[in-house]
Design a binder for this molecule. Structure first.
Ligand code: ATP
Length: 262
């Protein structure tokens, strides 16, 4: 077994999280932890609170109750920029890429936080700006090779089929060199072959880079295949948390999915 793959200590701990939007209770008293190097899936019926939970983990939503501890520190106010600096990257349910820009340039935007040259240096592509740009492009080319998208590296993203756009979005998140990668429905809208490819890339990222992965996914086959652990939400509450096999046989989970528990 790859030593990077060994599941380690808790890196993120969410305790007693409650989140409301006006009168809507999106999350009620949810506690969950994320362990280093694991693949954790968050599942549940539509509107169960999965994306809200991912946004709490990411620090984009601030729950009214509860706290998030990341690497031992209680999370204070967060921004997407700070999350990136702390090694947290995410992809979105609806692809958020620059459609007119090439694959390479889109992935390059994930490297922005690594650039230190001044605006003038960058405008003149001079000295430090030139060295940085060349170094970052090399790193981006490595990601392009890893994701097997060399043939479309110059193509504007808007011209690509959906499955490849999702792969580019993963590339941009990887360009941030995250230690915690959050994937919101990475396989939505994909055909069987595209799903198989995406599963392979997710497992390779986890295996080769030791990246901890939290993902939301509706395809149960995929979830059971690639996750170390599954957390199940229903109507904003946690109703299951365990190994895929355990969760699959949990009567509350079965009832939630068959719609008989309410
Ligand atoms: N920004 C928001 N403003 C108001 N209500 C919201 C907001 N975000 C989520 N909600 C509400 O919170 C609840 C949980 O939504 P959330 O998107 O987290 O669920 P989900 O499990 O991700 O759903 P889906 O599988 O359909 O994407 C829903 O009732 C939703 O309408």
């Amino acid at each position: 077994m790859n030593p990077n793959r060994r599941i380690g200590d808790v890196v993120l701990e969410a305790s007693h999280i409650s989140l409301r939007f006006g009168g809507v209770k999106a999350l009620t008293d949810i506690s969950l932890d994320v362990r280093e190097h694991e693949v954790l899936a968050i599942i549940g019926p539509n509107g169960a609170g999965k994306s809200s939970m991912l946004n709490v983990i990411n620090g984009v939503y601030h729950p009214q109750e509860g706290e998030v501890r990341y690497r031992g520190q209680v999370r204070q106010r967060m921004s997407a920029h700070l999350a990136a600096r702390q090694g947290i990257a995410r992809t979105f349910q609806n692809i958020a890429l620059f459609k007119g820009m090439s694959v390479l340039d889109n992935i390059m935007t994930g490297r922005q936080h690594k650039l230190h040259a001044s605006l003038l240096e960058r405008a003149l592509w001079w000295g430090r700006a030139e060295r940085e740009e060349l170094r970052e492009r090399c790193r981006v080319e490595e990601i392009i090779d890893f994701l097997e998208i060399q043939h479309i590296r110059k193509t504007p993203v808007g011209r690509l089929p959906y499955g490849l756009q999702k792969r580019v979005e993963l590339g941009r998140a990887l360009a941030m060199e995250p230690t915690l990668l959050l994937l919101d429905e990475p396989m939505a809208g994909m055909n069987v072959e595209e799903k198989q490819d995406m599963c392979r890339f997710i497992l390779d990222v986890n295996d080769e880079f030791g990246t901890t992965i939290v993902l939301i996914e509706h395809d149960m086959g995929v979830v059971m295949d690639i996750s170390d652990r599954v957390v199940v939400l229903d109507y904003g509450k946690k109703i299951g948390d365990g190994a895929p096999d355990e969760v699959k046989h949990n009567p509350d989970v079965i009832a939630a999915y068959l719609g008989t528990a309410h």
